[in-house]
Design a protein. Structure first.
Length: 138
C-alpha cells in the first residue's frame, strides 16, 4: 500500500490524517522487526518530537481494525505489531525476542489443507515457532 492509498483509506474510514499519523503508519507498515508500540514511538518521535505515545497507540489500534497489521501478544504482556498479514510463520527467539518471518508456498498450501479439513473460514491466524537464534547460540 502506498502513501496515497493509505491516506484515502484513513479518510474513507473517517479519520483525521495528520503528518504524525502518516509517519506512524509508514513506520509500522515498513518494519520487518515486529516492533512494539514503544519502539515505534521512539523512532517516530525523532522526526516528530511533539508526538504522544497515546497517538501512537491509537494509530496502531486503528491499523489493526483496518486489518493492515496484526497484533502479536506474548505471555509477558509484550505486544508487538506485524504488518505481514498473510499466512506465515513467526520464528521467535526465546532469548533476545527477535522475530523473523518465514513465508513460503508450503506454508500457504498446508494451511489451506488444514482449514479445508476443519471446514472453517478463519478470520485470522498466528503460526509461531520458538527458537534460540544464531546470534544467541554463540
Ligand atoms: Zn536471539
Ligand atoms: Zn510476522
Amino acid at each position: 500500500m502506498n502513501k496515497e492509498q493509505l491516506i484515502s483509506m484513513l479518510r474513507e474510514n473517517g479519520h483525521k490524517v495528520t503528518p504524525q499519523r502518516i509517519a506512524i503508519c509508514e513506520e509500522v507498515l515498513s518494519s520487518k522487526e515486529h516492533p512494539t508500540a514503544e519502539a515505534i514511538f521512539e523512532k517516530v518521535s525523532k522526526r516528530h518530537p511533539a508526538i504522544s505515545f497515546t497517538t501512537v497507540y491509537h494509530t496502531l489500534d486503528l491499523l489493526k481494525k483496518l486489518e493492515l497489521i496484526h497484533e502479536i501478544r506474548f505471555d509477558n504482556r509484550v505486544t508487538r505489531y506485524d504488518p505481514n498479514t498473510s499466512v506465515h510463520v513467526n520464528i521467535i527467539c526465546q532469548k533476545c525476542g527477535k522475530i523473523s518471518d518465514y513465508e513460503s508456498d508450503t506454508v500457504k498450501i498446508q494451511w489451506n489443507h488444514i482449514i479445508s479439513e476443519l471446514k472453517i473460514q478463519p478470520i485470522g491466524q498466528r503460526l509461531d515457532a520458538y527458537v534460540i537464534c544464531g546470534d544467541c547460540k554463540e
